[in-house]
Write a protein that binds this ligand. Structure first.
Ligand code: ACO
Length: 341
């Protein structure tokens, strides 16, 4: 067998040059849920750690594109750039406005970008982390220099805010977050290690059916469940509690680092108990594993960049630090992106 020689990529690093985020103005508290369905603040806080989440107001024309535009505009300003400086935009989302065009194309137009590649990347809650890994590969190849990676989701549009949705609606919120990556000659900066995994045999644990034929074997097709998140909560919980620490350990091994040699673990916010289990497994101090699920719930593709933007704006992220981004979600999918800032 003849193998093509691997091309040596140009020597280039990448900086995370700017961040931004946006959340909708409508706040849903646990007390609001108590009025909408048979649940309680105590049940929600004990099982999930969530107190409030924000969801879009459709009557005010809020959607994934408007949130993404706000987040990207803020990230560009933070990086002291304009949309026309970008040569690639990847929008991580499961909330595309339409099947065609890619929402990323409307997003780049909204920030004044021209001659810029733009496409959506969809991998459920891993979309943003997988998009970061993809963007790094394209920068490292020498083909792109200024890349925006945006995570935006409006999962509230796939929920029932009544008793039918009580096991899912309480968990989720809407948001967007953005990171600007810039190529640099400083090759010490950039991605150190990454992982991307999937197990398609477990898709039935978390899915959004669009047709009656999408319901898996053994599940009675139900027209009322179309376009609504279907989740095996216990199954996903068990999977996440073991997979989160495993994938972190795998990434640390690949980078030959000890847990305390990473400054921040920025993890998908799906359940405070899942995050706490990961923190305890590595003996990390609380300040190393950022948590904001109490305020926003699970915001799907936005959860990781929303955390990163909050940490950065709080002045807690600096050049020279190492940051590991971690996610898991429908697919099932799971992965990491470890960066030297
Ligand atoms: N209020 C009160 N009771 C409720 C509610 C609610 N909102 N929702 C469910 N219950 C009831 C159930 O009906 C059940 O009642 P029963 O025992 O009479 O049947 C009981 O509470 C226990 O339900 P469980 O599902 O067993 O509760 P569990 O302890 O597993 O917690 C939860 C549920 C919070 C969903 C948990 O399983 C979880 O967090 N799983 C992971 C979910 C997740 O991370 N999803 C996202 C992953 S990827 C992505 O982000 C897209």
């Amino acid at each position: 067998m003849t193998l093509r020689p691997t091309l040596e990529p140009p020597r280039v690093g990448a900086r995370l040059a700017g961040t931004g985020s946006a959340t909708p103005s409508r706040v849903l508290t646990n007390a609001d849920f108590e009025k909408m369905m048979d649940t309680s603040d105590e049940w929600i806080v004990q099982r999930t750690g969530i107190h409030t989440r924000r969801i879009i107001d459709k009557s005010a024309d809020e959607n994934a594109l408007t949130l993404a535009t706000q987040a990207l505009t803020a990230a560009l300003a933070d990086a002291r750039m304009t949309g026309s400086d970008l040569d690639l935009l990847i929008l991580a989302t499961i909330s595309m406005e339409m099947h065609c065009p890619p929402t990323a194309c409307q997003l780049i137009a909204a920030v004044g970008g021209q001659n810029c590649g733009a496409y959506d990347l969809s991998a459920a809650c891993c979309s943003f982390v997988f998009a970061m890994n993809t963007a790094w590969g394209l920068i490292r190849s020498g083909m792109y220099r200024n890349v925006a990676v945006v995570g935006a989701d409006t999962i509230s549009t796939f929920m029932d805010y009544d008793s039918r949705g009580r096991s899912t609606a309480i968990l989720f919120g809407d948001a967007a977050g953005a990171v600007i990556m810039r190529a640099t000659d400083d090759t010490s900066k950039g991605l150190i290690a990454q992982t991307m995994h999937s197990d398609g045999n477990r898709w039935v644990d978390l899915y959004i059916p669009e047709k009656m034929s999408h319901f898996p074997e053994g599940v009675e097709p139900n027209p009322e469940a179309l376009h609504r998140v279907q989740m095996n909560g216990k199954g996903v919980f068990k999977f996440a509690v073991s997979t989160f620490p495993d994938v972190i350990a795998q990434t640390l091994d690949a980078a030959d680092l000890k847990p305390d040699e990473v400054d921040h673990y920025i993890c998908h916010q799906s359940n405070a108990r899942i995050l706490e289990a990961a923190r305890e497994r590595f003996g990390l101090p609380k300040e190393k594993l950022y948590v904001n699920i109490d305020r926003y719930g699970n915001t799907v593709s936005a959860s990781v960049p929303l955390c990163f933007d909050e940490l950065r704006r709080a002045g807690r992220v600096h050049e020279g630090q190492r940051v590991m981004f971690v996610a898991f979600g429908g697919g099932l999918t799971w992965g990491t992106s470890l960066w030297q800032l």
